[in-house]
Ligand binder design. Structure first.
Ligand code: HEC
Length: 454
């Protein structure tokens, strides 16, 4: 009910504003120019990534840039490929969503059709200040990731990377932020934290720091190469999803009292994985690093997580065996045993994925929408953060549905002609498949629905 009221209210407000502003808001200016119309729109929607060190491989900062990529830009905006935001904003909204208005897209199209005029220099906006070193503040501790030389003409690399640390005492952190050294090649990061019992590991600085997910064929071999086990061969605890990165995303800072981590005296961040895109002509170095923001308070409501699907709490049904030249629907569902407040969700599939949808069915029959991704995009797998905590009551069934397209119509199909592709027990190779829906949450408390995460 509340949602509806809000929509109506904002509709009325919108109308009021429009009638005040001009007679027809959808009318485009006769003379669309770069400095007056296009630069402001690109600085708002594109240069977060399309600038030096921003993560994309070309810039959209100057008139010359914009002109060079004008037609391509109009195309990718119209197709809603850029800015990348695969989730359907009409189904659910999230923090930081990147969705352009229809009018802005038409502006760019008109600009291109009319010959991409530059416009008056005094209308040119200033490029936003993009912070260096951290996107969220001044970190208390910075730990370098071992520099990596990405060979020329390489294929995409999926690495397991260990970033060990030893601290003088147990410490609390509010956020752990990954900063790419070379934004042009670092594609994405999912990272966990390894926590050692102090006397079970003499030193964390043993073993290699980097393993190759493909060459070091199994996780077990890779973990041993990285020297992760305790001295007696047993395994330390792993805290999942402590640090994640995708171009254009920020380390998530939650309101006071929510989230945060206890950092052990001996530990390591385990990037699991760090995905590098390929480079063409020359080998390039990457020296990324991790920023830690300490917190005085212990995490009194630590964020927890579970996942549906592959190696999760509920199986993929029917199994994830994708015969060549077929389209297959799968699902996974799980009934939650307690009231939870959801913070973020992360749908995960690989290259054969076509679409994804998730929702919760409440015991009273109502549906809570979680996410719909009509066109799956392997490259943009965000941890989507809800604007406010979403309560899902005990006894609700969370349902995740996926469609896989293992035909030649799927442009991302890694095999031509298509081959049998399946779930290999959670293998993260992009050419094997996975179906996962990861949920981060805290146990529900009265009033959580009003906590904003923006
Ligand atoms: C969140 C980061 C991000 C934002 C925001 C973003 N881009 Fe991109 N863009 C990329 C990356 C990275 C690529 C490289 C292709 C890939 O990995 O998907 C790319 C590729 C492109 C391409 C080339 C497509 C191709 O087929 O090679 C165009 C054109 C483009 N972007 C235009 C834009 C425009 C215009 C905007 C703003 C309306 C924008 N992008 C916003 C990250 C971004």
């Amino acid at each position: 009910m509340r949602v509806k009221a809000k929509v109506i209210l904002s509709g009325v407000l919108g109308l009021l504003l429009l009638t005040q502003a001009c007679d027809n808001p959808n009318r485009l200016p006769d003379n669309v120019t770069y400095t007056e119309h296009i630069a402001p729109l690109m600085y708002k929607n594109c240069t977060g990534c399309h600038r030096e060190g921003g993560g994309a491989h070309f810039n959209l900062v100057t008139y010359a840039d914009a002109k060079k990529y004008g037609a391509a830009s109009a195309f990718v905006m119209r197709e809603r490929m850029m800015p990348p935001w695969p989730a359907d904003p009409h189904y659910t909204e999230f923090v930081g969503q990147k969705v352009m208005s229809e009018r802005d897209i038409r502006l760019v199209e008109k600009w291109v059709q009319d010959g991409m005029k530059e416009g008056p220099a005094d209308k040119m906006p200033k490029l936003p200040d993009y912070p260096k070193g951290s996107l969220i503040g001044t970190p208390d501790l910075r730990i370098p990731v071992q520099p990596y030389l990405l060979p020329a003409n390489s294929i995409d690399k999926f690495l397991l990377v260990k970033i060990p640390f030893e601290l003088p005492a147990d410490t609390y952190a509010s956020v752990v932020e990954f900063m790419p050294g070379n934004g042009g090649v670092v594609h994405h990061v999912n990272g966990d934290m390894v926590k050692y019992d102090f006397d079970k590991k003499k030193t964390v600085y043993v073993g290699e720091n980097i393993a190759d997910m493909i060459e070091d064929s199994t996780i077990k071999i890779a973990f041993e190469k990285l020297g992760l086990p305790n001295d007696d061969g047993t395994y330390p605890t792993l805290q999942k999803s402590v640090v994640n990165y995708l171009p254009g995303t920020y380390g998530q800072r939650y309101p006071e009292g929510l989230g945060g981590y206890k950092l052990p005296r001996k530990g390591a961040f385990l990037l699991n994985d760090l995905h590098y895109g390929f480079t063409k002509d020359k080998a390039v170095w990457d020296s990324s690093y991790i920023n830690i923001f300490f917190s005085k308070l212990p995490p009194n409501r630590p964020v927890q997580e579970f996942q549906l699907g592959t190696i999760g709490v509920s199986p993929v049904l029917p199994d994830l065996i994708l015969q060549p030249n077929t389209v297959k629907n799968v699902y996974s569902k799980y009934t939650i045993p307690e009231d939870i407040s959801v913070l973020t969700i992360n749908p995960h599939m690989h290259l054969i994925g076509k679409s994804f949808k998730a929702y919760a069915l409440k015991p009273d029959g109502d549906t809570i929408r979680l996410i719909s991704i009509p066109k799956w995009d392997f490259n943009w797998q965000y941890f989507y953060t809800f604007k406010k905590l979403v309560k899902i009551p005990k006894g609700s069934t969370i349902v995740a549905e996926g469609v896989y397209d293992n035909t030649k119509n799927n442009m991302n199909n890694p095999f031509s002609p298509p081959r049998l592709v399946k779930d290999q027990n959670g293998s993260m190779r992009a050419t094997d498949e996975m179906f996962q829906f990861i949920i981060t949450y805290v146990p529900y408390k009265e009033g959580d629905e009003n906590i904003s995460l923006e």
